[in-house]
Design a protein around this ligand. Structure first.
Ligand code: ADP
Ligand code: MG
Length: 680
């Protein structure tokens, strides 16, 4: 692949001022020396004074300057956790919260979960002793439910604020309010060097504390022509860099787990074939679902003579700093959620990243020495096809969850909530309408008893509704399993390249009439019967780690059942009840088969069953889906066969009999023999 050098990202340091520290030297240095070497360290006193003098402080600093790992420690050392008070530091990503907490625990010489811990959905690694709490922004949001004034916290640091995730944006509004009546609460908003003026304005002109950057220049290269297959282009370019460029590690940005695993496999494959013709290349993936022992490997120093290539999602853009990166390879894509409030459709698609993102990525190459960034697109594409910045998530996602939460916090007038950027009016309206349809709000927009229960469960409103409905259909045992399995979605089945046929056969063996939700239930039930065995998983091409996670999630949900007044009961194999309970939550996500394929019932959108679905070949007339994913088409993932009459049973206020009439049905005999359920 041919690259042309087109630009340079200015550094703050001269290219030759400091030689890149060798891995060994770094490892030998004590952990405290590393702490003292970080850009934030010389500003420790000044920063603490600024925090003492101002209630709200915006902190801006280049990625890797020590904001996340150091500032909470400085506050701890300064005594902000005396009298049992806690410090919260929020992260948009689960992996970042876990990894950073582990690092800080090591720096402080304590066991993770004691003084330093993390808390992410369905996983709480904290204890009574925990005073430094790294947590996802979503978890801090849920803290408001139990402690609306955050009374046990002395400092809240909203980190990675520039990411502008939905939860971070909502936190801004809530924290600003709490800060007004808790003058002793300190609020820190930390961000990479982007958009900090916006945060300052939002927090009544709070001062901005700048940690001067320390970055070497980065040369930027573009491809001469567009690349058709960026995954292949990535693999080729990594090997090209490995063979032609001086030592230094490589960081590659891809969009998600599947892509990353594919790229890693391809790289390892080709390295194996090249054998001793090339130097050793360590291929390391990093993405959200990667087990933590594997995550930790990306931080280990590269052995002498070898080179490391880290294949990462956006997580490595600003949330995690990997030392020793000299080369960045950027295909220019990311996975982005989008939402159409007109149709209520949410989809996750691979889209070109923004210029701001591209420049953050390039910056990762200049942390230890002058670096190079190879972009797998043309200079023209950069100029003309990339947006300046990423649209905040609040403007491209559904708001059901957040609206339910705000309503539970007693915030009724959502139109006038203090948003940094308001969501589209239609999105807000649709969220209210859906919550009304689910029975969470009454016609005045007030929270109902059922809505209050739904907010108690840390899952999407439709999923909570499904769990609540399992009481009526006496099948909470099964529904809990379905809910848990859905939440580890898409990583249940294992499909190694060299055993595709075996793996696919194993998957088909789990199929049950009715659809994918029952398949998930079947997998879990059989696994439980095996005594939760890893051997069983191995033999059946099921991912043990995902199953273990599903078991954790299931246990936690089970623990919450009492709070929402649902008893533990089993349907004893009467799967119609399970399917009706699922329909009670997902009646919004329904599609019917027409002459021209599937159409969603309300919006008449054309959709398709995902080829991995157990119903792919059966094409039932009516179905519901768990989610829509837009890849080459709008695919429904996790689909369940339903009967249209159930929709009238579970959501009479939402469906009219007329719109559920089936034009084909009249030509068919009313009932041919027994249905599959009756036979089964
Ligand atoms: P910032 O939040 O300003 O981007 P961090 O506090 O995350 O910076 O990182 C500061 C430094 O701490 C990094 O440059 C890196 O050397 C080190 N570091 C952070 N996380 C880890 C980790 N999990 N393992 C090893 N080193 C880490
Ligand atoms: Mg950080």
């Amino acid at each position: 692949i041919e690259f042309v050098r087109a630009a340079q990202l200015q550094g703050d340091e001269e290219p030759s001022s400091v030689p890149p520290p060798s891995a060994q030297a770094q490892q030998k240095e004590s952990i405290q020396a590393v702490r003292r070497s970080l850009p934030v360290f010389p500003f420790r006193e000044e920063l603490l004074t600024a925090i003492a003098n101002h209630q709200v402080l915006i902190i801006e600093g280049e990625t890797g300057s020590g904001k996340t790992t150091q500032i909470p420690q400085y506050l701890f050392e300064e005594g902000y956790t005396k009298k049992g008070m806690k410090i919260a530091c929020t992260q948009p990503r689960r992996v970042a919260a876990m990894s950073v907490a582990a690092r800080v625990a090591r720096e402080m010489g304590v066991k993770l979960g004691n003084e330093v811990g993390y808390s992410i959905r369905f996983e709480d690694c904290t204890s009574e002793r925990t005073v430094l709490r790294y947590m996802t922004d979503g978890m801090l949001l849920r803290e408001f439910l139990s402690e609306p004034d955050l009374a046990s916290y002395s400092v809240v640091m909203v980190d990675e604020a520039h990411e502008r995730t939905l939860h971070t944006d909502i936190l801004f509004g809530l924290i600003k309010d709490v800060a007004r009546f808790r003058p002793e609460l300190k609020v820190l908003v930390a961000s990479a060097t982007l958009d900090t003026a916006r945060f300052s304005t939002f927090f009544d002109d709070a001062p901005v504390f700048r940690i001067p950057g320390r970055r070497f220049p980065v040369d930027i290269f573009y491809t001469k022509a567009p690349e058709a297959d960026y995954l292949e282009a990535c693999v080729v370019s990594v090997l090209q860099i490995h063979v032609t460029q001086p030592s230094g590690d490589i960081l590659v940005f891809l969009t998600g787990q599947e892509e990353i695993e594919a790229a890693c496999e391809m790289l390892q494959d080709r390295c194996r074939r090249l054998g001793s013709k090339i130097r050793e290349l360590l291929v390391l993936p990093i993405y959200a679902n990667l087990p933590s022992d594997m995550q930790a490997r990306i931080f280990q120093p590269t052995p002498p003579g070898a080179r490391k290539v880290v294949v990462a999602t956006n997580i490595a853009e600003t949330s995690l700093t990997i030392d020793g990166i000299i080369y960045v390879l950027d295909p220019g894509f990311c996975k982005q959620k989008s939402y159409n409030p007109r149709t209520g459709m949410e989809s996750l698609t691979v889209t070109p990243c923004s210029k701001a993102s591209a420049n953050q990525r390039a910056g990762r190459a200049g942390r230890v020495a002058a670096g190079k960034c190879f972009r797998l697109y043309t200079a023209w594409a950069y100029q003309h096809e990339l947006e300046e910045t990423t649209v905040p998530e609040i403007q491209r996602t559904s708001l059901g969850n957040v609206v339910l939460l705000l309503k539970s916090l007693g915030i009724h007038d959502l139109m006038h909530f203090d948003f940094l950027d308001p969501p589209p009016y239609e999105t807000l309206l649709l969220a209210l309408e859906q919550l009304y349809a689910l029975g969470a709000l009454n016609h005045l927009g007030e929270l109902t008893t059922s809505g209050r229960k739904m907010a108690e469960l840390p899952v999407d409103p439709m999923l909570s509704k499904m769990i609540l409905a399992s009481e009526k259909y006496s099948c909470s045992e099964e529904i809990l399993t379905v809910a848990a399995m859905l939440s580890v979605n898409n990583s249940i089945f294992y499909r190694p390249k060299d055993k595709v046929v075996h793996a696919d056969n194993a998957r088909v063996n789990f199929f049950l009439p009715g659809g994918d939700h029952l398949v998930l239930l079947n997998v879990y039930t059989q696994w439980a019967e095996s005594g939760y065995s890893s051997q069983w998983c191995y033999e059946n091409f099921v991912q043990f780690r995902s199953m273990r996670r599903a078991r954790d999630v299931r246990e936690q949900l089970e623990g919450l059942l009492e709070r929402v007044e649902v008893g533990l009961t089993s349907c004893q194999g009467d799967y119609i009840r399970v399917r009706k309970a699922i329909t009670s939550g997902y009646f919004y996500h329904t599609a019917r088969l027409t002459r021209s394929g599937y159409r969603t019932v309300k919006q008449q959108q054309t959709v398709f069953i995902h080829p991995n679905s157990s119903l792919f070949e059966q094409q039932p007339r009516w179905l519901l889906y768990h989610e829509l994913v837009l890849t080459t088409k709008e695919f429904m993932r996790q689909v369940l066969e339903i009967e249209s009459s159930w929709l009238l049973e579970v959501a009479p206020h939402y469906y009219k009999a007329k719109e559920l009439e089936d034009p084909h049905a009249k030509k068919m005999p009313k009932k041919v023999g027994k249905t599959r359920e009756e036979l089964g």
